[in-house]
Design a protein around this ligand. Structure first.
Ligand SMILES: N[C@@H](Cc1ccc(O)cc1)C(=O)O
Length: 428
């Protein structure tokens, strides 16, 4: 067996764990069953979950047996978070999200072969437990003083918002999941983000108390950014794994925009390339950062992993085409829509277009120049483009022939100089 523990460590994926030597031994001696859980708190998983999915996949590839848990029960309760008490989501919504998350998780693990993954839902064993069973069989093993000491709880106790009994009980449910999976499948390792450490150890402690078994827990660090902002967000919000919430184009751009100071760390965490290969990329990239080699490799690996090769290639083609390095006309309508979604833009009506809208007016409408005068100067200097074709005449107009069809509409791409892109949407 490979020394996956050392590998995870070298990739920066171990923040804290139960006894290191014992865990490393367990992971190298034999194939073990481990689990990681995901709560249906949104219709899609996000970047924080991606770290967990990839870590689970690495453990599977090293010969261990994954259980992926979707929290049909815990999703109804809500893991306490710093920002305060969660609003309870309706049961039907949670059920719907369980199915979406199950489908996403399935893409990252292998469900056949000797180490086949299984998906479990804690609703199965939690929903049938009575309040009396819960308090007598599980709650009895939870010392309140320990529960209060958990970071997620103590932070809330000291906040104005406080914490409800419901969220306070969350760790008991997650602890009970570990016990249940230990009994059913011999599960002996739970992984999660470092914010899960309290929940991971509540299971470890419970199993020690009721089964006298010592099991393991491993927490990955929070992924950070050198500029201090939160990882996994852009100006337009959370980066989701679901392509209908974050397009593969925006997803690939997220990785392409990684800071030089962060990018090698991200490669280690998110790429399946061997560490030696990542080190070689690092050396080449450090010698010539302007090539953005490390960002390109990162975007390729992660976009291909999450969305598939075809979507990755379309995203790259779209980025090139927007800046004149490729054929705009060859992009499919969906990719074009995604690629232009974040550009400054304005509306132009079909009648304006049919009447012949001066290019300078369109530039003003898109908001990439401040005035018509500025647009005219750009044209005069040879720095104005319509669909990447240089505008040569001052009084040139936009025509219906220039409309590029997108999903559900049409767009004309405008560019000023090398970098300033904008668009006009054609509305009726
Ligand atoms: N508490 C985890 C999800 C989870 C739920 C149940 C478990 O048994 C394990 C993990 C989270 O919020 O990310």
């Amino acid at each position: 067996m490979t020394d996956i523990f050392s590998e995870l460590k070298a990739r920066g994926l171990v923040a804290v764990s139960t006894d290191e030597a014992a865990l490393q031994k367990a992971l190298t001696e034999d194939s073990l069953t481990y689990y990681v859980g995901f709560d249906p708190t949104a219709p899609s998983l996000h970047m924080g979950n991606l770290v967990q999915l990839i870590t689970a996949a690495r453990l599977q590839q090293a010969g261990h047996n994954p259980l992926a848990l979707v929290g049909g029960a815990t999703g109804l309760i809500g893991d306490p978070r710093m920002s305060g008490e969660r609003t309870l989501n309706p049961q039907e919504v949670v059920e719907e999200w369980v199915e979406k998350i199950r489908a996403q998780v399935e893409k990252f693990l292998d469900f056949s072969g000797p180490h086949a993954a299984q998906i479990v839902n804690n609703y199965e064993w939690t929903s049938e437990m009575s309040a009396i069973d819960f308090l007598r069989d599980v709650g009895k093993h939870f010392p309140i003083n320990r529960m209060l000491a958990k970071e997620s709880v103590s932070a809330r106790l000291n906040s104005e918002a406080g914490i409800s009994f419901t969220e306070f009980s969350y760790q008991v449910l997650q602890g009970n999941d570990y016990l249940e999976l230990h009994r059913r499948y011999g599960c002996s390792l739970q992984t999660g983000g470092s914010d899960q450490w309290g929940n991971l150890t509540s299971g470890v402690d419970l199993i020690r108390r009721v089964e006298s078994h010592s099991v393991h827990a491993l927490a990955t660090p929070l992924i950070t950014k050198a500029d201090g902002t939160k990882f996994g967000k852009t100006e337009s919000g959370t980066v989701w794994l679901d392509p209908s919430l974050t397009s593969p184009y925006a997803f690939s751009q997220f990785w392409l925009n990684a800071d030089d100071r962060d990018v090698v760390k991200y490669l280690k965490v998110f790429s399946f390339r061997p560490l030696e290969e990542i080190e070689a990329i690092e050396a080449e990239f450090t010698a010539a950062p302007h090539t953005r080699l490390a960002q390109k490799v990162l975007a390729e690996d992660v976009t291909t992993l999450v969305h598939g090769k075809e979507h990755y290639e379309q995203a790259i083609a779209a980025a090139a085409a927007l800046f004149g390095g490729g054929e705009l006309a060859s992009l499919d309508a969906g990719t074009l829509k995604a690629a232009t979604a974040e550009l400054p833009r304005g509306d132009v009506s079909t009648t304006e277009l049919a009447d012949g809208l001066p290019v300078a007016d369109a530039f003003v409408a898109a908001g990439i120049v401040k005035s018509k005068g500025e647009a005219r100067r750009a044209i005069k200097d040879g720095g104005a483009y319509v669909n990447n074709v240089k505008v040569t005449e001052q009084d040139q107009t936009l025509t219906p022939a220039e409309v590029l069809p997108t999903e559900g509409g049409g767009v004309i791409l405008l560019r000023r100089g090398k970098k300033t892109l904008g668009a006009v949407d054609i509305v009726s």
